[in-house]
Design a protein around this ligand. Structure first.
Ligand code: NAP
Length: 291
């Protein structure tokens, strides 16, 4: 990639940011498209967020991805926010318009991409979502878009679960219920889709699983087991579920597809999804070889 006097800037903000895979994926795509852009990581402390936005405006940055801890706190600093991002209360993609910064959320599209080709009868599908953090919000909004019959969110902290439930508009709240972990035996046998949004099982705790051995035996054989984690691939949860006959989906495709949707917004042209996928796979394989 040749940086010239007319190269335009994109980036990702977070704190920390060194672990982010977004620069690998986006710069591979930019190169494949021959676009005159560069995508950089920016570590921005929470108290510097407004300064960073002012600086980005001053240097004419075209757009950026947003990751932890800024996905919610950036919202009041933007001039416009898509309905989608408002409905889940989080922004992961921002771009510059004539009047300021526009924020939206591509995590929902990313989450849905590997589910849509499966052609299930979503209106008959009950979902169990493990965890009630930021990613769970995109998962709930995505399941509501699919029209799932019931969305049952399972967490370990009743106060956080109640806040989670109360944050939704009625259209989604009607399908949503929240539960503590000990209620899993009542929920799992009916679930057509079980999504792990907790970090349980993520590297370096690869032997951990959000489900115990007895709980895994409660999974219906035709269920879809979806883990948002992408290191390792597959996780212990997906291995266990696949052994029960479930269809496994890991988090890599969500990562690729949310990135592709963002790049399309910034560059105003289709993203080279396969290039992005291969860049991530090669990077993760190289990283695994070093562990
Ligand atoms: P987060 O906001 O910190 O939420 C994590 C959730 O997991 C919280 O509800 C937390 O419970 C729960 N949790 C954490 N440790 C737990 C434990 N030991 N037992 C029970 N519950 C536990 O994080 P996030 O942003 O939602 O991310 C969650 C996971 O999704 C991470 O692994 C992340 O890498 C992955 N992710 C993947 C993608 C993708 O594109 N594939 C996108 C976003 C996130 P409390 O609320 O009670 O603390």
């Amino acid at each position: 990639m040749m940086i010239t006097g007319t190269t335009q800037l994109l980036g990702v903000i977070g704190d920390p940011i060194a672990h982010s895979l977004s620069p690998v994926m986006h710069n591979a795509a930019i190169q494949a498209l021959g676009a005159n852009f560069a995508y950089l990581p920016f570590r921005i402390a929470p108290e510097s967020l407004q300064d960073a936005l002012n600086g980005f405006a001053a240097i004419g940055l075209v757009g950026f991805s947003v990751t932890i801890p800024h996905k919610q706190t950036i919202m009041p600093l933007l001039s416009e926010i898509s309905e989608l991002a408002q409905s889940i209360g989080a922004v992961n993609t921002v771009y510059r318009t004539g009047t300021g910064w526009y924020g939206t959320n591509t995590d929902i599209a990313g989450f849905l991409a590997p589910l849509q080709p499966l052609g299930r009868n979503w209106r008959q599908t009950s979902v169990v979502v493990l965890g009630n953090g930021g990613a769970a919000r995109a998962v709930v909004a995505g399941c509501a878009q699919l029209g799932c019959r019931q969305i049952q969110v399972v967490g370990r902290n009743l106060t956080k679960l109640t806040e989670f439930r109360n944050a939704w508009q009625p259209a989604i709240a009607d399908q949503l219920s929240v539960h503590l972990w000990d209620q899993l035996p009542e929920l799992l046998p009916q679930a057509g889709l079980v999504v792990n949004t907790t970090p349980i099982g993520m590297h370096p705790h690869e032997q951990d699983s959000p489900l115990g051995t007895a709980e895994v035996q409660m999974l219906a054989a035709d269920t879809i087991a979806y883990d948002l984690i992408y290191t390792p691939r597959p996780t212990q949860f997906l291995r266990q579920a696949e052994a029960r006959g479930a269809t496994p989906i890991d988090g890599l495709e969500m990562l690729v597809q949310q990135g592709a949707a963002a790049l399309q917004l910034w560059l105003n042209q289709p993203a080279p999804v396969e290039v992005m996928r291969q860049a991530l796979l090669a990077h993760l394989a190289g990283r695994a070889a070093k562990i």
